[in-house]
Design a protein around this ligand. Sequence first.
Ligand SMILES: Cc1cc2nc3c(=O)[nH]c(=O)nc-3n(C[C@H](O)[C@H](O)[C@H](O)COP(=O)(O)OP(=O)(O)OC[C@H]3O[C@@H](n4cnc5c(N)ncnc54)[C@H](O)[C@@H]3O)c2cc1C
Length: 449
Amino acid sequence: MSIQNNGLKSMVIPKKTDIVIIGAGPAGSSAATHLAHAGYEVVILEKTIFPRNQVGESLIPHFWKFTDTLGVSNKIEAEGFIHKAGGITVWDGKIQQILFSDFGYQRSGLHVERDIFDNLLLKHAQATGAYFFQQIAVRKVDFSDPSSPIVYFTDRHSDTNQLCFIKCSYVIDATGHNSLLAQQFGTRQTISHKMNFLSMWGYFKNSRYPGIDTQSHSLKSINKISPVSFVISYEDGWLWHIILRNKTSVGLVVHTDKTKGMNKQQREAFFKQTCYERPYLKDLLAPASFINNSLQYRPDYSYYSTQICGDNYYCIGDAAAFIDPIFSHGVQNAFYNAALASLAIKESLKKPSKRKRYSQLCATRMQQFYGFSRALSLGDFGCHGVNREWVKSLMKAMPALELELMLVAAEMTNRSENFKQLAKEAGIWKNFIAQSQGEQLVKISHLNF
Ligand SMILES: Cc1cc2nc3c(=O)[nH]c(=O)nc-3n(C[C@H](O)[C@H](O)[C@H](O)COP(=O)(O)OP(=O)(O)OC[C@H]3O[C@@H](n4cnc5c(N)ncnc54)[C@H](O)[C@@H]3O)c2cc1C
C-alpha cells in the first residue's frame, strides 16, 4: 500500500514499528516529536486529510513551555497568529478582565486557526522523523500478545474496506473525542447528567473584537490594540467569541436537554438567536455575517476514561478526558499528557521490567492534571472522578505564576467552587488572598462595545 506522506516522506505503512500513534492532533503530533527525537520509530495514523478543521482556538500562555520543549515555538511565532492579551468574562452580569501581563507573563496567549496550528505541529513531528499516514482509520487494537499490540485499520484510499494491521511495542491513543481505546475497553464515562453539555460553534466574517482597552474594534486595529477572548454566561449556558485572522469563532455551550429533538436548521436558528440576543456579543457581531454551513456540533461532554495507561498503551489528550473548555485548557492538557506519556514510554523501553510502574505513575499524573481542570471548570459536579489529595498536591507543586492565574480565573465564573474549596484545604487560598487579593482581576462597570 503506497501512501503520499504529506510531502515529506512517501512510503508504505510498515508491518511493525516501535510506537503507533493514533490521531494527529496536538496530543499525537507532540508525542510523535518527543519519541522521534529520542530515536524511536514512530508511525502516526490519522483518519482525516490534514490540514483538518478543529475547534479550540484560544491558547493560554502556559502552552509555550511545551512548544519550547518540542522545539516548535519559533515556527508558531513565524506563522503570525493573533496574540491575545487576556480575557473578559461577563458572568451572571458581572464584568471582569484579566491580562496575562499583570501576572508577569512575558509571552501572550494566542488565537489560532487550529487547522494551521495542528498542521504545523504535525509537520514538525515529521521533520523530527515521525512517519505520517493519513486517511487511515484505526478500528481496534488487539492486546492479546502483551509484548506486541496489533493495531487494525482500514485504508480510506482503497474501496475494499479491508482490515490491515501494524504491530508495535506501544500504542498511543490520541484520537480526541473518539476515545478509541476507552470505547473499546468500555471505560468512558460522562461526568454526570447535570454536567452533560453540548457545544455548537460557527464562524462569522467581519466581527468587531474586544480589545485590551475594554472597547470594541474592527479587525484593522488588531496590530495596534491587542484583543482578548470574550466569554458571556446566560441562564442556560455560556458563549465565547474568539477573533481570528480572517474570521471569528463564536460558540455556545449549553445543557444537552436544551436542544433535544432539534434538526440541523433548528439548531442553527437557535444558535444565531442565542448569539444575537446576548448583550455585548450582539454588538460585536452587529457588522458581521454568519459564514454559511460553518455551524458544527459536539454532544455529550464532559467525559473521562477510568483506564488511561497500561503496560503497552497510553491514552492522551481528549482521548483520555475532556472538560468543558471554559478555561481553554484542552490543548495544553494534550501537550502535557503527550510529554508525560512519551517520557514513560522512553523509560519503559530502556527498562522493560519497570513498564508497569511507569504507566501507573503516568496515569496518576494525568488524572491529577485532569482532576485539577475538572475542579476548576465544572461547577457543582461533586468532584466526580477527582482525587482530592492529588489535586491539592498538584496545586502545591505548580509554578507560582501558573497557579496564580488559575486562582484568579476561579473568581471569574461560578464554576470553580470545588477548586476554591480544594485550594482552601491545601492552605493555598489564604496565602493567595493575603498576598495578592486577586488584584489582577479588574472589575468593569460597562463595556464600550
Ligand atoms: C467546543 C470546544 C471548544 C474548545 N475550546 C478550546 C480552547 O479555546 N482552547 C483549548 O486549548 N482547547 C479547547 N478545546 C479543546 C481542544 O479542542 C482539544 O482539547 C484538543 O483538540 C485535544 O487535542 P487532541 O490531540 O487530544 O485531539 P484532536 O485535536 O481531536 O485530534 C484527534 C485526531 O485523531 C483523529 N482520529 C480520531 N479517531 C481516529 C481513528 N479511529 N483513527 C485515526 N485517527 C483518528 C482525528 O481525526 C483527529 O485529527 C475545545 C473543545 C471543544 C469541543
